[in-house]
Design a protein around this ligand. Sequence first.
Ligand code: PEP
Length: 253
Amino acid sequence: MTRKSLVAGNWKMNGSQAANAELVDGILAAAGQARAEMVVCPPPVYLESVGRRLADSAVGLGAQNLCEQEQPGAYTGEIHGTMLTDLGCRYVIVGHSERRALYAEDDARVAHKFATAQACGLIPILCVGETLEQREADATENVLSRQLAAVLDRSGIAAFNNTVIAYEPVWAIGTGLTASPEQAQTVHAFLRGQLAAADATIANSTRLLYGGSVKPDNAKALFACPDIDGGLIGGASLKAAEFIAIAAAGTDH
Ligand code: PEP
C-alpha cells in the first residue's frame, strides 16, 4: 500500500483573525499545487473561524494540544478532545517538544494524551525527538525508543493503524538547523523498525513526518527519502507561499 504524503502546519501561538483569514485564503488559492495532504493547526481560539474558512476544502484542521482527561469536567483552562472534533478537527499534535520542555509533559502524560485523542476520534500526530545534548551523547535511539515505548505500552501497536509520528530533533526546531536528509532518513528507518518489531504491516502503513526548519528549499530532498512521508512545519507554515511550496514537494511512498 502507498503512504500518502502529509504536510501539517503548526502555527503555534501565532495569528489573529485578520492574519489567519489572509493565510488560509492564500493556502486555498494555491492548494491545487500541493502533492501532499495538507492540515493546519491554529491556536485553539481560532479553530472555529479557521475551520469555517476551510469548510469543504481539501485542507484539514488539527489542534496543537488536548487535555488527557477521559471525561470533560472541572479542569479549568483545558480543552477536551470531543470539543476539538466538535469544531471539525481531524488531527491533534501530541507531545510537541515545546510542550514536553515548557509545560512538563513527560512520557506518561504524552501517552495518556495520545490514548485520549484516539478515544475521542482524533488522529494523533505524535512528536518524538532528541535534544542536541542527547544526540551528542549518542543517545538518540534510546530517547526515541523510550518516547515511543511509552505510547506503545499504553495503547498497543494497533493504535498506530491510525497515527502519524513526527520526528522532530529538538535542535532543529525554529533554529534554522535542519537534519540532513541522510540523518533524518536514518532516524525514520529506525522508528519504522521499532514499529515493525511489533507489526510489520502497521509499520509499513504509518506515516512518519520530519519536522525541524523545513523550508521550500530543503523539503524536496527530505521528502524524497523512502521513510519520510511529509513534514510538520512551524515557521514556514505561517506564509502561504512557503507552506504551499513545501506541500508541492510531497512524495508518496
Ligand atoms: C515545529 O515546531 O513543529 C517545527 C518544526 O518548527 P520549525 O519548522 O519552525 O522548525
